[in-house]
Design a protein around this ligand. Structure first.
Ligand SMILES: [Zn+2]
Length: 151
């Protein structure tokens, strides 16, 4: 390499954006620990995104990720109860009382929520932005010390 040239990395740079929200849940499917009782968490998700870098040096504008991914979380999950469709007593209560809720076909473990979020964050990016972007992984913090990661 001669003087003045430099290697410009334009591939493999990943963007990570974090979001926090409050949500209640309880575990079902035969779970008998403390988390079988309805309780809440301040969840935090990290969305890791890849794509090609533009001439400006951006994979994606953080503000655009906030708009589409953060917007989806705020609309669907923030200050809701996430409830399994099979948990009919809780679902009936939430519906009867007009409580914000988000029903899903799975036990509401952090693992399942993270896998679900991976799909939803990809859809939010695909539908909300023109740039082709890939969700590489999701990290979901259920508490400051308890985190799950998707591939
Ligand atoms: Zn919990």
């Amino acid at each position: 390499m001669t003087g003045g040239e430099r290697i410009v990395v334009t591939h493999g740079v990943k963007v990570v954006k974090r979001f926090r929200w409050s949500m209640a849940h309880r575990l079902t499917h035969g779970y008998t620990g403390r988390c079988a009782s309805l309780h809440g968490h301040e969840y935090e998700v990290g969305v890791t995104i890849s794509g090609s870098m533009d001439k400006m040096g951006l994979v994606v504008d953080f503000g655009d990720v906030k708009k589409v991914c953060g917007g989806w979380i705020k609309e669907h999950l923030d200050h809701t109860t996430i409830v399994c469709e099979d948990d009919t007593p809780l679902l009936a209560f939430l519906q009867d009382e007009g409580q914000r809720h988000y029903s899903v076909p799975f036990n509401t473990t952090a693992e399942n929520i993270a896998v679900h979020l991976r799909t939803k964050m990809q859809s939010a990016l695909d539908e909300g932005l023109d740039t082709p972007l890939q969700v590489e992984s999701i990290t979901l913090m259920e508490t400051p010390n308890s985190c799950v990661e998707t591939p």
